[in-house]
Design a protein around this ligand. Structure first.
Ligand code: HEC
Length: 127
């Protein structure tokens, strides 16, 4: 009796969660600019200069491990995904898990809203 009440409630909750995931949080590039402060020590955005990390100029739509003149880890070169909102979201949420053995020593960005804002900023500004 109890179970029959609980099961539908769980189903509704998980369906709601899936719908929210599919839609994604609304992204604010202006707020993403503030999140990029966590990246700027290691990443250039516009000049193409490599720092500790590769330049992120044109990173949206670029294949992983292909910035000119940058010495990538074998893991990043092997990953060979194209950077877009989905792959960036996965990488920034868990760099070590998404590309095991990659050499970016960045703490994961745990907050999905921060990641969405940051990616919106990169889409706008990393050119
Ligand atoms: C401590 C330095 C450091 C910080 C901070 C850092 N990165 Fe990185 N990043 C790296 C390094 C090093 C690599 C190269 C990884 C490899 O070759 O394995 C990298 C690689 C990347 C790549 C893959 C680029 C490519 O050309 O394939 C992306 C995308 C990226 N970082 C985004 C970010 C973002 C966004 C932030 C901020 C939230 C950030 N990184 C913070 C050092 C850093």
């Amino acid at each position: 009796m109890k179970l029959s009440l609980i099961v539908p409630a769980v189903m509704v909750l998980s369906l709601g969660g899936a719908a929210a995931l599919a839609a994604g949080p609304a992204a604010d590039p202006a707020k993403g600019k503030a999140v990029f402060a966590r990246c700027v020590v290691c990443h250039d955005l516009n000049t193409g200069a490599n720092r500790i990390g590769p330049s992120l100029k044109g990173v949206i739509g670029r294949k992983a491990g292909t910035a000119a003149g940058y010495a990538y880890s074998p893991a990043m070169k092997k990953k060979a995904v194209t950077w877009n909102a989905a792959t960036l979201n996965a990488y920034l949420a868990a760099p070590a898990a998404y590309v095991p053995g990659n050499k970016m020593t960045m703490a994961p960005i745990a907050n999905p809203q921060d990641r969405a804002n940051l990616i919106a900023y990169l889409q706008q500004a990393a050119k």
